[in-house]
Design a protein around this ligand. Sequence first.
Ligand SMILES: [Fe+2]
Length: 310
Amino acid sequence: MTIRDEVDQIKPGLTTTMAPFIEDAIAKGELYIHQPYELYSDENHEAWRKLYARMIPRWEQYANEKFLQGISNLCLDPNAVPRLEDVNKFLEPLTAFSAKAVSGYVPAFIFFDCLRNRAFPTTITIRRSDKLDYLPEPDIFHDIAGHVPMHTDRAFADTLVRFGEVAHTAAEIAQGIKDKEEQTRRLSSIIKAMARFFWFTIEFGLMKDSKRGLAAYGSGLLSSYGELAYSLDSPDVQRYPIQLEWVINQYFEIDHYQPLLFVADSFDHVFSLVDELEQWMKDGKLNNVSPGEPEIGEADLRSFLEADFG
Ligand SMILES: [Fe+2]
């Protein structure tokens, strides 16, 4: 047993791979939780400190201007895992968005509906301090340092709200389909199209930039030390102007750096694409998108079919 393992046994903290508090919440079926700040271990704070320190120069070099403004607006402590209530003190006055602690995976409709209500479901665990690089699941560094700075920008925040409205349109359309088999088939296709759009914009979007040619605004890039530089410097990445018909039909894989990224002109451009996505949905153009990732699970389908508009 290493010293690290011994420390973990004494105080497991709120680590991605080991967090009894989260396991309890999941066992009790609790999705929305509080952030038990006293449970963070020294190692958890150390992980935040290391992650934050190494990202600063990368953000300055590769991040969209609005993101950099967001980082400065949030006044995050570089040395400690953030308290969500502190984050919200700076965030809420700007766009009325707030970070809301969750225990884990949030089914698709519920996630988008939270955005519509200007709440951002936020993971509170953090990766191990000796495994900073690869993590398939979100952690608090991805959610707070990668996503939330963008939520301080009004145009971006409004785009997320608009996306939540589109999820409502999807739920209404799906609930109106009488044939159960056809309902599942069509809804799976619509959610797939929405998930792909979200992935290639909010998570992995690039944007034209007056100073640097291109800059990142997608949170998956902005929370990854390696991929942020790779996404903008590597000759192996294909970077194409964003086109809705391509994005909704493009599968993606989450376990390696993205080989293909899409470039938007501006945040107004992204907003207008969300409008267009909704129109396409209403016109039936999302009903037969190409198969492949992401797979849409039972919980995601159910979240749309059980959505209550009352
Ligand atoms: Fe994310």
